[in-house]
Design a protein around this ligand. Sequence first.
Ligand SMILES: Nc1ncnc2c1ncn2[C@@H]1O[C@H](COP(=O)(O)OP(=O)(O)OP(=O)(O)O)[C@@H](O)[C@H]1O
Ligand SMILES: [Mg+2]
Length: 278
Amino acid sequence: MISLSRGNSHHQSFSSLSNITTRTIIQMNDVWASYDGKNYVLKEITLSIIRGTNYAIVGPSGSGKSTLLRLINGMMRPSKGQVKVDYENPNTNNKQFKLAMAKIGYIPQNLGLVRNITVLDNVLIGALPRVGKFKSFFKIFPDNETSEAEKILKLVGLEDKAERKTYMLSGGEKRRVAIARALMQKPVLLLADEIVSELDHVTAREIMDLVVNAKRRFNLTAIMVHHDIKLGLEYADRVAVIKEGQKILELGVEGDKIVDFQTGNISQQEIMELYSES
Ligand SMILES: Nc1ncnc2c1ncn2[C@@H]1O[C@H](COP(=O)(O)OP(=O)(O)OP(=O)(O)O)[C@@H](O)[C@H]1O
Ligand SMILES: [Mg+2]
């Protein structure tokens, strides 16, 4: 017989839990952002991202996609509204958030790799937050970090290029190094800004498969910016479409249907047009 009485329950008490986390890892409420205090490049952005989601942001050039990622990693503060990552307001000047930031693997649009150092050293940069300032200044990495970096390089298929200078790699290989560096951070959140744009279709898919596998393996939430709405829908659970600073649409795939989670502002005809444009 199943007993429902409280006395027999084996629920963990709050005090025995080491961490409290949110189910919604990112929450934005009516967020506006501006670089000059006059013109808003993001307007009325409201969105929730559930932990574990593979989330895509798509939209034309200049629509505000990179700015949206910068609001999440704390490089930029909103002019109005609220951004929450877990329980924190992202802000690189906030000590508490700096700890959280170490757990955000951010790959900027230009990848941010150091050209004239080796692939392995670029990946080890991801371990810097864990290694003391003194040691990292002199590039003294503990053996376990070096072997971790080698393991991750294997995962991204670059084990035979570890000692190569980074500028000698192809575009696809550089993307892999940037992903490896982000994974080296042991991130909870992966933010990737158009890392498959300008690649041929085959290479773009290889890189996307790599990210999706890493996401599963490390239990990450991934937020990826794309130019291509089709690529977004193919790989992501949710796709937010940004146009002129506003989120005009949020699509998801449920079974064999594309579901519009935003509903109202845009017609089915317009959605189809968006889809065929890219
Ligand atoms: N550092 C900056 N200072 C001033 N304006 C900026 C800055 N960065 C971006 N902007 C402006 O903000 C708007 C949104 O830029 P953002 O880089 O977020 O667009 P995007 O969607 O990522 O574009 P792309 O697809 O070309 O990368 C653009 O009008 C851009 O000119
Ligand atoms: Mg951009």
